[in-house]
Design a protein around this ligand. Structure first.
Ligand code: ZN
Length: 189
């Protein structure tokens, strides 16, 4: 008789851990790094910290403590480090794992698994956990799920959760713009 390994390790919990931190990576890249979104240049927010806090709130992320301006600046650096992973650059991702001290660690009671040490600063902890999640997605052969919008003038990234990995655009507005420009191109041809 074979043991169903995944049932023992609780795959759904691992999946939700990876999914949640991969989504944070997406959020950081989109909020703090991309320069063009939905066909328009992105204007950097006047208050980076406030803009990030708003984005986190709208995605149900509650930091363990209030963010500082310095956190927001460091997280912008983290976003720049994570972005290449969405273009399949595993060298940059490996460097981020090392730089931010990604290491399996248990904390709390009952113990929960994280991928940063107990002493890590908030930006380092988020970087380590998000980078680990992206590495797990890639490492189990699902790297194609880390994608960038294919529409012109849009660099937004997303985590494709469709069954057959068929999502090409960040959202409806880009999908419609791409459709319209393909239509115009056909008419010109
Ligand atoms: Zn887009």
């Amino acid at each position: 008789m074979t043991i169903e390994a995944w049932r023992i390790t609780g795959q759904s919990q691992i999946d939700s851990y990876v999914g949640r931190w991969a989504e944070l990576g997406v959020l950081l890249v989109n909020e703090l790094h991309v320069t063009r979104a939905r066909g328009r240049p992105v204007t950097p927010p006047e208050n980076r910290r406030a803009a990030l806090e708003e984005a986190l709130r709208s995605h149900d992320w509650t930091p363990g403590r209030p963010l500082t301006d310095a956190d927001a600046d460091r997280l912008a650096g983290v976003a720049a480090e994570l972005h290449p992973a969405f273009a399949g650059d595993i060298t940059a991702l490996n460097q981020a794992l090392v730089r931010h001290g990604a290491v399996p660690s248990l904390y709390g009671d009952p113990p929960r698994l994280a991928f940063h040490s107990a002493e890590a600063s908030l930006p380092d902890a988020w970087a380590a956990d998000a980078a680990t999640a992206l590495a797990m997605v890639i490492g189990v052969g699902q790297g194609e799920r880390l994608r960038s919008c294919e529409a012109d003038g849009c660099e937004l990234v997303f985590f494709d959760v469709t069954k057959n990995t068929s999502r090409r655009f960040c959202g409806l507005s880009c999908q419609n713009r791409a459709k319209a420009s393909a239509y115009r191109a056909r008419r010109r041809a």
